[in-house]
Design a protein around this ligand. Structure first.
Ligand code: ADP
Ligand code: MG
Length: 365
């Protein structure tokens, strides 16, 4: 996976930024608030089709601009791709448009899996600290970034759930009006659970090994999957059993949106017992696991996006990082100064390019 060019038009504080990359290691340097993370955010859009830090897409449009446009050329599996991504200020259904090699994609999910990347950024610590909601979000984004079928199931599941919840909230809703959603919900639930389990089982193996090497054998933690319902029969039975309660609260109380993803050992979760150092290691081990899993499954290293995290790490964790980076394909970093570059790549003499970011303008150093 290799990003050759990217241009941003009215993307956050970048009115017009055109970049060409010729190296494996690319650094964006600049003070806080100049627009470095914005560049990584635009690159990760190509994989995740939405921002890694923002759920409101309107925030991606430069203030007062009617649209934003990102255009990228990359190489994947020895093929060249042109990816164009536009968001317009307007009704949700018409807002986002994606073209691949000049052709408009019909469904947004048809554009996943072309550009594969993994991002590591300071807010990732939430995945460990904030528990199941953030963990489900992470797992869903991770699977969806390479699996359009999963993304579709998820979109459908959420849509059906919303319909069922609206029916539950209605005054005088009949049981029939609610139960009509049960079968379609159960169908999607089964698909989503199957994929979550498959992915988490694999991710956990990588995670375990990474953590062992990050902690010199001390941290032996795993990621588990505890679905809220274990099969279709149980799901139906629970939907029926909970009907009274669901009507009272106006909400469907069982299903994938209640799955647990414990990280730790036995019944102890890192979010409760972990030290800051253990949590940081866990984030790195998890994101690296995602990177390794995509690499091993596709036979090609995804692009790695590293947003300003190295300073938070101690010497041992930095060493691990430097070794990881030498095994990677293309890596994009942000850092506030040139000293930061040494911390990322140690004393290794690797081919690199440096760009300076100032007030949404990027110049090659
Ligand atoms: N929609 C937007 N339009 C214009 N500027 C924005 C928008 N969203 C964020 N910004 C600006 O972008 C800057 C933050 O960019 P960011 O890439 O996070 O900085 P950093 O270099 O610290 O990583 C801030 O100056 C912020 O005001
Ligand atoms: Mg930043």
């Amino acid at each position: 996976m290799y990003l050759k060019r990217i241009s941003l038009t009215n993307f956050r504080n970048h009115s017009e930024t055109n970049l060409e990359f010729k190296s494996r290691l690319i650094f964006f340097i600049g003070n806080n608030g100049e627009g470095k993370t914005n560049v990584l955010e635009s690159i990760s859009l190509l994989s995740y089709l939405k921002s890694f830090r923002e759920s409101d897409e309107n925030q991606l449009l430069m203030w007062d601009s009617p649209f934003t446009f990102v255009k990228a050329e990359f190489e994947a599996g020895n093929e060249d791709y042109l990816f164009e991504f536009g968001i317009q200020n307007g009704p949700i259904s018409k807002r986002k448009k994606i073209k691949i090699n000049g052709e408009l994609v019909k469904r947004i999910s048809d554009s996943v899996g072309f550009f594969r990347s993994v991002i590591l950024s300071p807010p990732d610590i939430k995945i460990i600290e904030a528990g199941n909601i953030e963990r489900r979000k992470y797992i869903d984004a991770f699977i969806s970034s390479t699996n359009s079928g999963y993304l579709n199931h998820l979109i459908e599941y959420n849509h059906i759930l919303k319909q069922r919840n609206s029916a539950l909230k209605k005054d005088n809703a009949t049981e029939k009006e609610i139960e009509i959603w049960n079968a379609p919900l159960i169908e999607r639930e089964a698909e989503i659970s199957k994929e979550r389990k498959r992915t988490i089982d694999q991710l956990s193996e990588y995670f375990y090994k990474n953590l062992i090497s990050l902690s010199q054998g001390k941290d032996q933690f795993q990621i588990a999957y505890k679905p809220n319902v274990s099969n279709k029969e149980e799901h139906l039975e629970k939907l029926k059993r909970n009907l009274r309660k669901d009507l009272a609260i106006g909400y469907t109380s069982c299903g994938n949106h209640r799955d647990d993803i414990p990280i730790g050992f036995e019944d102890k979760d890192l979010s409760h017992f972990g030290s800051q150092g253990q949590k940081r290691s866990a984030v790195i081990a998890l994101k690296t696991a995602g990177f390794q899993m995509i690499r091993d499954q596709t036979g090609e290293a995804p692009v790695l996006l590293i947003d300003d995290i190295i300073r938070e790490l101690d010497v041992k964790r930095r060493e691990y990082f430097v070794n990881l980076i030498s095994e990677c394909g293309q890596v994009f970093f942000t850092t506030t100064d040139l000293e930061g570059i040494k911390e990322y790549i140690g004393s290794k003499d690797l081919d690199r390019e440096i760009f300076e970011v100032r007030d949404g303008k990027v110049t090659k150093v």
